[in-house]
Design a protein around this ligand. Structure first.
Ligand SMILES: CC(C)(COP(=O)(O)OP(=O)(O)OC[C@H]1O[C@@H](n2cnc3c(N)ncnc32)[C@H](O)[C@@H]1OP(=O)(O)O)[C@@H](O)C(=O)NCCC(=O)NCCS
Length: 139
């Protein structure tokens, strides 16, 4: 990920989610995209100058009492570049970086009704894990 890729990442996210979140993406870039980091990764798949997709993740140490593991928390591939292996290659790339950091487990979270993301992660070998999410309204 480079600074010059940011506009395309913001546009791709807006296409998928329907919201343009420029401030959010700037802060994600500062946190995950700048410099060489062993724990945080902001990966893009490119063809020429075009961003085909991106994936973001990080190693989280001892969160929820669990040994260090690799979390993937965002993945998007351009609608016109899907089902051609881009998502798979992005996940393989971050998995290799996580392994290099000594991590042996991969985790993610997804909305229960997002069957597309679920199909993708299932195809990569991911299954239901040992943690569950809990939430409540605070208003
Ligand atoms: C999920 C996503 C990342 C997959 O990217 P992709 O580049 O199309 O994935 P791949 O081509 O590597 O597909 C790998 C496997 O995923 C599964 N898969 C991908 N697209 C699928 C679809 N439309 N229906 C069912 N399974 C699908 C298949 O098992 C596929 O393997 P196959 O090609 O051998 O059948 C992409 O569809 C996407 O960006 N979707 C929107 C993501 C989103 O909602 N993001 C916001 C929340 S983070």
């Amino acid at each position: 990920m480079r600074r010059g890729d940011l506009d395309q990442v913001i546009a791709l996210d807006a296409t998928v989610t329907g919201l343009e979140k420029r401030g959010y993406w700037r802060s994600v870039y500062r946190r995950y995209g700048v410099g060489e980091r062993e724990q945080r990764h902001f990966l893009v798949a490119v063809q020429g100058r075009q961003i085909l997709g991106f994936l973001i993740g990080e190693v989280r140490d001892w969160e929820f009492g669990s040994p260090p593991c690799g979390w993937v928390f965002a993945v998007d591939v351009r609608p016109d570049a899907r089902q051609a292996g881009v998502g798979t290659r992005l996940l393989e790339a971050i998995s290799a970086l996580f392994r290099r950091a000594g991590v042996t487990q991969l985790r993610t979270m997804l909305a229960l009704d997002n069957t597309l993301i679920l199909s993708f992660f299932r195809s990569q070998g991911m299954t239901a894990g040992s943690l569950i999410t809990l939430e409540m309204d605070l208003d």
